[in-house]
Every structure is written in C-alpha cells, then in structure tokens.
Design a protein around this ligand. Structure first.
Ligand code: NAD
Length: 282
C-alpha cells in the first residue's frame, strides 16, 4: 500500500510558496499577511492556530493573531473583522471554527471581505467555486486534490465516494472531484447501506468526523482512501491521534491511503498558505 504523505507533499509545496512569497515581496513590494482570529479557549483550536502561525513564519507570510475571550460579543467580533477587511497588510482572514455557541458562524463568515477569504467560505466564494471560476478553493478539499495530483492518482473517469456533506469539506470535495472528471456520490449520516457505495468506489474520501468508523471490509481491493477525520482518542491510557479510518487494517488491501496524522492535516495548512499568497497576488 502506498502511503500518501501530506507531510511530503507539503514540504515540496511550501518550498515553492516560500520562493513565490519572496518574489512577490521583491518585485511588487507586497508582503502577504494572514490574520487568524480565535474566539475562546478550545484546546484543539489553540493548537491549530499556533500551527498556522508557525507555518506562515516558515514560508515568510506575516501572521497576525487575534485572541478574543469566549464571551466576545458579535458586535466586537464584527468590528475586528471590519478592521482587518480595511487593513492593507492583511490579505487573508481566517476565523477559527467552531465558534462559541452564542455566535452564528454563517453570519460571522459573511462579514469577511470575499477578497480576503482564504478558505472560500463566504457565499460569494462558494458561488464562484461552484461556477468553476474560483479565486481560491477551500483548503482541505484542495489539499486532498493536491495529494492525489502529487502521487499521480488519476481521478478522471473514476467512481469517487465522499462521506460527509459539510460546507467546509464534503460539499466542496465532491465538487472538486467532479470538476476533475470523477463520477461522484456524496454519502452522509442518513445514507442507507453506506458500504454499498464505499465498496464500489475507486476513491473514497472520508470526512464523517467519526473516529475509526471504516476499515478494510468497507473498501474494494485496490481502492484509494483519503481520511480527512482527525480525533484525539485514548488507547491503553495513552492519548493518540486517529482518523475516521482504521488505517492499520488497510495494508495489503487498498492501493493507497493517507495516514492520520501526516495526511490531509498538513495539506490543509499548506493550502491556507497557498491561498493567502494567491489573494495577496491578486
Ligand atoms: P461535520 O460534522 O460538519 O460533518 C460531518 C459529515 O459527516 C456530515 O455531513 C454527516 O452527514 C456525515 N456523517 C456523520 N456520521 C456519518 C455516518 N455514520 N455515516 C455517513 N456520514 C456521516 O464535520 P466536518 O467539518 O466536515 O469535518 C469532518 C471531519 O474532518 C472531522 O473529524 C474534522 O475534525 C475533520 N477535519 C479535518 C481537517 C484536516 O485538515 N484534516 C479539516 C477539516 C475537518
């Protein structure tokens, strides 16, 4: 089984991003900047925000972090986003999700200037993406496409199943696969007989958010399995990361699979850097 390493793909792409950031700075005097807004103290979100900051630093993108307390009002958050919309040093604004319950994430995302939306989550960018004329495409699904591209896994004419229909992963994932000429089925929590779909698929992208949900018997021999899920679980009293797929069962059965950690996760951050650079170049 080929291991589809997001770390490896990221290394190659981040090197290229770093060179392009330098060029943009020297030729056009533009220093790409990403603002990351964290509301509350969710530990996983704190780790993601820290990793995003480090990744920016690594490629020469300026990162600006805004940490707000969990009881921040919608109005205060809106004021911050408006300030960032008008800040010329900032080319991308990322509001770390999930937000505390009293804040409506759709409403909050609608405050971001679509020209500064590196995860393509505003309605305008979702529409452009759907129309096939995207400024940038959402980070996680784009990262999956880049992994497939890097490992020369052809998508055209293949039967792909995406498990999950969220706006941030499942829906755009299905769209990008379809744009790359796969025949796509979206499965979700109300799908009957999920296995009937996954066992026929050449490519399965799993984004159900359910730890270790699928294993060897769910895939056809020779399939390509991409695991988007990321969870922290306890095994024999030790904390470890896992995905939605029981990765250990796949060797000798499927053709290729992404591990967790080291698969889709690093690519999400890499695409965030790439999209911020793209927005800065526009
Ligand atoms: P979500 O909870 O918004 O969506 C989950 C989707 O899975 C839903 O559409 C639901 O219908 C479907 N689903 C749930 N249970 C199912 C089941 N038993 N059978 C079939 N479908 C089922 O989650 P999300 O934001 O799309 O994220 C999915 C997972 O990916 C989470 O584990 C999340 O942490 C992870 N994630 C990882 C990255 C990364 O960079 N690796 C990025 C984003 C999300």
């Amino acid at each position: 089984m080929k291991i589809l390493s997001g770390n490896e793909v990221s290394k190659v792409r981040r090197q290229k991003i770093s060179e392009e950031v330098q060029q943009l700075k020297s030729k056009k005097g533009v220093h790409p900047g990403l603002a990351v807004v964290l509301v509350g103290e969710d530990p996983a979100s704190q780790v993601y925000v820290r990793n995003k900051g480090k990744a920016c630093e690594q490629v020469g993108i300026q990162s600006y972090e805004y940490k707000m307390s969990a009881d921040t009002s919608a109005n205060d958050l809106k004021l911050l986003i408006e300030k960032l919309n008008n800040d010329d040093r900032v080319h991308g604004i990322l509001v770390q999700l999930p937000l505390p319950k009293h804040l409506n994430s759709d409403e909050v995302l609608s405050w971001i200037n679509p020209r500064k939306d590196p995860d393509a989550l505003t309605v305008e960018n979702m529409g452009l993406c759907w129309k096939g004329i995207a400024r940038v495409t959402p980070c996680t699904p784009s990262g999956v496409m880049k992994i497939l591209e890097h490992y020369k896994i052809s998508v055209e004419g293949k039967y792909a199943v995406v498990i999950g229909r969220s706006n941030i992963v499942g829906k755009p994932m299905a769209h990008l696969l379809q744009e790359a000429n796969a025949t796509v089925t979206i499965c979700h929590s109300r799908t009957n007989n999920l296995q009937e779909y996954t066992q026929r698929a050449d490519i399965v992208v799993v984004a159900a958010g359910k730890p270790l949900m699928l294993g060897r018997e769910d895939f056809k021999s020779g399939a390509v399995v991409v695991d988007v899920g990321i969870h922290r679980i306890e095994v024999n009293g030790q904390s470890k990361l896992c995905g939605d797929v029981r990765f250990d069962e796949l060797d000798g059965w499927v053709n290729a699979a992404t591990p967790v950690p080291g698969g889709v996760g690093p690519m999400t951050i890499t695409m965030l850097l790439e999209n911020t650079l793209k927005l800065a170049s526009l």
